[in-house]
Design a protein around this ligand. Structure first.
Ligand SMILES: NC(=O)c1ccc[n+]([C@@H]2O[C@H](COP(=O)([O-])OP(=O)(O)OC[C@H]3O[C@@H](n4cnc5c(N)ncnc54)[C@H](O)[C@@H]3O)[C@@H](O)[C@H]2O)c1
Length: 430
């Protein structure tokens, strides 16, 4: 059993804290957001993440997991301090490290013995050294190590991703420090890759950039498919059956969003530029993604003519299913674009409406997909939640004023949709 402090109780920090407690460690999660901590103390989750509430409650009741806004309650006596705070996009696409810096400083000011500081936030190469400098300045005589341990979990399946990871990456300047962090992960029986600090930091950016590249690649194929009358969904299936390629992250749609891919590709491109390298491929990945998000509006215009006065319904708002996260969600651009063009926009999302109401106050929110469709001139599928795949489509068709469906995630069958009387537009399939 080890004593662990986790700074930041968001998607990554909270999952890390709950899972490390579930493995038998004594964990204190510290967050500067008082409301968040208040909720967590009542075993209520500030985020939507399937299954996480039960793990939080179980471990909190067992006394292994607690929550605080005070570093004084979290850090003294800890063996490890994880930093899992946000690293949003900063100036010129580079990562904003101010939250990491503040967390590192608070850790340093409250440590009272040797400590392994583990950087879980996604940070530019060299940030481990930056954290070391912050610690050195504020930690007095206390010994510390800084270890990079990037996180690969996905929102929506965070628990399983943490508990059964494809790999755990641990990078440090000192092997002994990396070994100490590896000990925490031993119960998972997962492959552990021990490497240098810079390589570990780079693995995270390279992985996310590669996944984003696959998405932009298949979206480019979709553009070509539309022109040559091929079906990108079948093209993707045919490619994915090749074991060298695989089928994941090969679905054409309205582009990637979320709190990671957009900012991480940008941040890696910014790092490359800083070191005098022009990242040609990363630039293309970002450009294709931006164009892709405009497609929904283009296709709606194509079907409806002018958008002024038209009622457009959005199915889904979160950047992907099984999360309430709206950071860099394509829905934001699309809804704002439609409103700017004079359309009336209504929407439904199973998890993201509370957050959406703050960001998109001019959208009308409905309680389900059928309410969105009723009397609408068009609906657009923005997020591929399972419940949209199972809709009673004849009922949807009957209730719409005009039967236009723009399927930004290719969840419906074009032939069936046409047979049902819809004017249907997918992505990369005619
Ligand atoms: N969300 C993901 O799917 C995911 C996956 C892998 C890696 N990451 C990376 O993990 C990091 C965290 O992402 P997230 O999605 O969990 O962010 P988040 O915004 O959900 O959570 C960050 C939390 O940190 C808190 N915080 C800010 N400053 C603090 C401070 N000084 N001390 C204590 N708490 C502080 C915030 O209040 C917030 O609760 C980012 O670098 C991100 O790129 C995210």
């Amino acid at each position: 059993m080890s004593r662990v402090a986790v700074a930041g109780a968001g998607y990554v920090g909270l999952t890390t804290a709950a899972c490390l407690a579930d493995l038998g460690n004594e964990v204190v999660a510290v967050d500067i957001d008082q409301d968040r901590i208040k909720m967590l103390r009542r075993h209520r989750l500030p985020i939507y993440e399937p299954g996480l509430r039960e793990v939080v409650e179980r471990n909190a009741r067992a006394g292994r997991l607690s929550f605080t806004t005070c570093y004084e309650e979290a850090v003294p006596g800890a063996d490890y301090a994880f930093i899992a705070v946000a690293t949003p996009e900063g100036a010129e696409g580079a990562a904003d490290l101010s939250y990491v810096e503040a967390a590192a400083r608070s850790v340093a000011e409250n440590m009272n013995g040797p400590l392994v500081v583990v950087n879980k936030s996604t940070v530019p190469i060299g940030t481990g050294d930056f954290v070391s400098r912050v610690l050195a300045k504020h930690a007095g005589e206390h010994r510390f190590d800084v270890v990079s341990n990037p996180e690969f979990l996905r929102e929506g399946s965070a628990l399983a991703d943490f508990m059964q990871p494809d790999r755990v990456v641990i990078g440090a300047h000192r092997r002994e420090a990396a070994d100490l962090v590896a000990k925490l992960y031993e119960p998972l029986n997962a492959p552990i890759l021990l490497t240098t600090m810079y390589t570990a930091e780079m693995i995270k950016y390279a992985s996310n950039s590669f996944l984003a590249t696959r998405i932009s690649f298949i979206n480019e194929m979709a553009r070509i498919c539309e022109r040559v009358d091929a079906d990108v969904k079948v093209v993707s299936e045919g490619m994915g059956l090749d074991r060298r390629i695989g089928s994941l992250f090969l679905e054409a749609g309205i582009g990637y969003g979320g709190s990671c891919f957009p900012k991480d590709v940008k941040a890696l491109a910014a790092t490359a530029k800083e070191y005098g390298y022009h990242p040609e491929l990363l630039r293309a990945v970002m450009d294709i993604n931006q164009d892709q998000q405009r497609l929904v509006i283009e296709k709606l215009k194509d079907c409806l003519g002018s958008l002024r006065g038209q009622v457009v319904g959005l199915l889904g708002l979160a950047f992907k299913p099984n999360t309430d996260d709206l950071r860099e969600a394509p829905s934001l651009e699309i809804a704002r674009g439609l409103l700017a063009k004079g359309a009336t926009v209504r929407a439904y999302d199973p998890a993201a409406m509370v957050r959406a109401k703050r960001l998109l106050p001019d959208v009308n929110y409905r309680r389900d997909a059928y309410q969105v469709a009723r009397g609408a001139d068009a609906i657009a599928v923005i997020t591929e939640w399972n419940e949209f795949k199972l809709l009673d489509l004849p009922r949807v068709r009957r209730s719409m004023r005009r039967p236009v469906v723009v399927d930004g995630r290719n969840i419906y069958d074009p032939v069936q949709m046409r047979d049902l009387g819809f004017v249907y537009r997918g992505i990369g399939r005619n």
